[in-house]
Design a binder for this molecule. Structure first.
Ligand code: ADP
Ligand code: MG
Length: 177
């Protein structure tokens, strides 16, 4: 993919909770389609948006669409919730309660990133920024998903950080039509 398209942002209007869940489902379809790439190199997705934006709703829908039928809890208090589904290790982080970025290293979270793993990291910072909660220790994201409040609904912006994130965003874009 040419450099110029890598940073292209895909904006999606999400008027209700069902549309946030639909985005999660489409991400799950992209994950399944590219499961070999995830086995080889992992996929890091950063979910950014204020409290109540829908980051956990999106993750829950993604897990459901992958076939996980158990309870999907918000990791706000536990920092990470771990799932095993479709041969993938899925780690859902929420760094909201971090008091210092060093906690990322101290908790050994780095070992939960990489080949065979899909990670979803929640944060509260604006698009393409992630200044203090876990930086500089957090491995770089492949895809940022920023969720903004918009009236009673939401707007999601998918911002690929590299070619791999761009492939996943493209899958979502094509299935969203
Ligand atoms: P976060 O993890 O970002 O703090 P949650 O997913 O826990 O947010 O909560 C999001 C709240 O917003 C839920 O009450 C959910 O029903 C609602 N919600 C999710 N998506 C939308 C949407 N597109 N429009 C309106 N409400 C939504
Ligand atoms: Mg949450």
């Amino acid at each position: 993919m040419p450099e110029s398209t890598q940073k292209e942002i895909l904006s999606l209007v999400l008027p209700d909770e069902a549309s946030t869940e639909s985005l999660g489902k489409r991400l799950a379809e992209a994950v399944l389609k590219h499961s070999k790439e995830i086995t080889d190199r992992g996929l890091n997705i950063r979910l950014q948006g204020t409290l109540g934006a829908g980051k956990t709703t999106l993750t829950r829908a993604l897990l459901r669409a992958l076939g996980f039928s158990g309870r999907v809890r918000s990791p706000t208090f536990t920092l990470v919730e771990t799932y095993s589904v479709q041969g993938l290790a899925i780690n859902h982080f929420d760094f909201y309660r971090f008091e210092s970025p060093e906690e990322f290293e101290e908790a050994g979270f780095r070992d939960l990133f990489g080949a065979g793993r899909l990670t979803l990291c929640e944060g509260t910072h604006p698009l393409c920024e992630w200044p203090d909660k876990a930086e500089p220790f957090l491995p770089p994201a492949d895809l940022l998903i920023h969720i903004d409040l918009k009236g009673d609904g939401r707007e999601a912006k998918l911002c690929p950080e590299n070619e791999w994130g761009g492939i996943v965003a493209k899958e979502v874009e094509e299935s969203w039509q």
